[in-house]
Design a protein around this ligand. Structure first.
Ligand code: ZN
Length: 360
């Protein structure tokens, strides 16, 4: 009945704040001389100027995280193996993630596996991680998922056909560094799809039945900010990029109880390998009956920002694929009950769900 809630330890925000990272790391480096820092960098940045600006010392490790697909239990185990091999039994002074949700989640999950035995899949669920992870820093280069402040690292479990996170206080970052300069070069569509993730999980949380005043207050503010950004003339202006970073930060703290959008979105990720942000957009596009007002607002955002959501993505799938889409969606009991109540399967019958996918 009483929950002891954790937030991220420290956060810094500001245009050009990345220049402060060396200073933020220096007490950690002083405390553990010669201990390496492990830098998880979205592979998109591999040959860019950003890489040269990062405070990477010669004894540090650089991991370029392949974000073509979202993190899986296998990919997390693979990167954990790489880091363990590099460390060869020694301890890192810090783990730092530069990227969007996929890179940050990879860093969070690998961190837990450095101090806990077994494989990534063993910790998918709630509070299964027993030992604290090394110190972690998030430097988001994309706003919206809220991974920088949330207590989960989401992974696809291909074997179990399940998308589920490592939910734990130990998954959380100790330091977040928000610099809106880092989101200036994101492609517009990607900026939109990822950014509206905050809008999605906040309205889902606010229209659910599991409520909590603290979470509501974060979600309300984050929702207001996303409306401001995506209903404005230029969602990517300097000011709006800063607002969206703050919205994502607050939205991450409000994350937890979603609704019907995220389960359908998970289905698309599991079966079609679709990225989370755009999958959410497709999910809401067929949920007008369940979320009438958010649907209208979302359609207006799409129009205002001239973002495309091409139709027909589930048109010619096999019967097995439609079955799999249904299964990978309906398995998310908690969020579905949150919006539709215990009898959610009366509304979301198999036919109903498959029909929705066909309309995407
Ligand atoms: Zn989400």
């Amino acid at each position: 009945m009483y929950r002891n809630a954790k937030n991220v330890g420290y956060y810094m925000i500001g245009d050009g704040a990345l220049s402060q990272l060396t200073d933020l790391l220096s007490p950690l480096r002083d405390k553990m001389p010669a201990a390496p820092a492990i830098h998880f960098i979205d592979h998109y940045f591999e040959k860019t100027e950003l890489c040269q600006q990062l405070p990477i010392l010669e004894w540090d490790q650089r991991i370029f995280v392949d974000t073509t697909d979202e993190p899986t239990c296998e990919s997390v185990d693979y990167y954990t193996g790489q880091v363990k091999k590099f460390l060869n039994g020694s301890k890192p002074c810090a783990l730092i993630a530069y990227g969007g949700g996929s890179t940050m989640d990879t860093c969070k999950c690998v961190g837990n596996l450095l101090t806990n035995p077994g494989k990534a899949a063993d910790y998918q669920g709630w509070d299964l991680v027993k030992n604290p992870a090394p110190y972690k820093v998030a430097v988001p280069t994309l706003s919206g998922t809220g991974s920088e402040t949330s207590r989960t690292g989401i992974m696809l479990n291909k074997e179990k056909k399940l998308k589920l996170g490592m939910n734990s206080d130990y998954s959380m970052f100790d330091q977040v560094l928000l610099d809106q300069r880092l989101t200036a070069s994101v492609p517009r569509d990607q900026y939109f799809y990822t950014g509206v993730d905050t809008f999605m999980h906040c309205f889902e949380s606010l229209s659910g039945s599991y409520r909590n005043t603290v979470v509501d207050s974060f979600a309300e503010k984050a929702l207001d900010l996303t409306k401001k950004v995506f209903l404005s003339d230029d969602m990517m202006s300097d000011h709006n990029r800063e607002l969206l970073m703050i919205a994502s930060f607050k939205g991450g703290m409000a994350a937890g109880f979603v609704g019907v959008v995220h389960p359908l979105s998970a289905g698309l990720s599991v079966v079609l390998g679709m990225h989370h942000g755009i999958a959410n957009c497709y999910a809401l596009s067929v949920l007008q009956d369940i979320y009438p007002e958010p649907y209208e607002i979302f359609m207006e955002m799409l129009k205002k920002q001239k973002v495309n959501l091409p139709k027909g993505i589930c048109k010619n799938l096999t019967a097995e694929q439609y079955d799999a889409l249904y299964e990978a969606s309906i398995v998310h009991e908690k969020p579905l009950i949150n919006r539709l109540g215990e009898k959610y399967k009366e509304i979301l019958t198999k036919e109903n769900v498959i029909d929705r996918f066909k309309r995407m």
